[in-house]
Design a protein around this ligand. Structure first.
Ligand code: AMP
Ligand code: ZN
Length: 137
């Protein structure tokens, strides 16, 4: 499979590796939002968040916390974002799941431009019911 992150996992492509264990690798993003922007990548290929095997989920989040702590300490941050883009429409460009960890700075002008909605009448219950009916643990 021609997957750039699988190649990084297999050390066939260069990367600045921040941390690695049996299941997860964390590297610096090559085009950072801010310097120190890191990625946390499960070693087993999976396209997105919906496809991570449950057995890898804990490790991905645990390593995200380990690396986020190191970024906060080393860059003396007041805050950071963790996020993942899932699907092209959501901005995903590499279809091997990964978490982003990016430093934040005062007045760094990074923002989602949001127009927040309100639910009308019963529509909040309708949305909740729709989602509840599709929960399959
Ligand atoms: P996304 O758009 O959420 O799929 O994120 C993919 C990220 O991978 C982007 O932020 C890219 O800058 C980053 N990226 C792509 N190729 C590499 C690479 N060879 N090494 C490190 N980061 C990469
Ligand atoms: Zn892959």
């Amino acid at each position: 499979m021609d997957c750039i992150f699988c190649k990084i996992v297999q050390h066939q492509l260069p990367a600045q590796v921040l941390f690695e264990n049996e299941k997860v690798i964390s590297i610096l993003d090559i085009n950072p939002i801010h310097y120190g922007h890191a990625l946390v990548i499960p070693k087993t290929h999976c396209a997105d968040f919906l496809h991570i095997p449950e057995s890898d989920l804990h490790d991905v989040l645990h390593v995200t916390q380990i690396v986020a702590r190191a970024i906060v300490r080393s860059l003396n941050l007041e805050g950071f974002n963790i996020f993942s883009n899932n699907g092209r429409i959501a901005g995903q460009s590499v279809f091997h799941f990964h978490m982003h960890i990016t430093p934040r700075y005062p007045n760094d002008n990074i923002q989602f431009i949001l127009e927040l909605k309100s639910y009308s009448a019963d529509s909040m219950i309708e949305y909740a019911d729709k989602i509840r009916n599709n929960i399959s643990p």
